[in-house]
Design a protein around this ligand. Structure first.
Ligand code: ZN
Length: 76
């Protein structure tokens, strides 16, 4: 299992549509970018995707092994 698959295995899948897949971090896994627990992980499935954020939040961004953008959200 890759680090990426291992990370996903700890998260709870929430929503998926043509553009996005979201997971909730129900077990307080640390964000790979900033080492603080994140709230949700968003994986962008298309080259161009828009996010509508309900509230102010900090974002950490990396990419999946296949090159899709991954966004870790941190509520303020
Ligand atoms: Zn982070």
């Amino acid at each position: 299992m890759t680090e990426f698959e291992e990370l996903l295995s700890f998260l709870t899948p929430r929503h998926e549509n043509a553009a996005l897949k979201t997971y909730q971090n129900t077990t307080a896994i640390a964000c790979p970018s900033c080492d603080k627990p994140f709230h949700n992980l968003i994986i962008c499935k298309k080259d161009l995707t828009s996010l509508n954020l309900d509230e102010p939040m900090n974002l950490c961004i990396t990419t999946t092994p296949s090159g899709s953008p991954m966004i870790f959200t941190h509520k303020q």
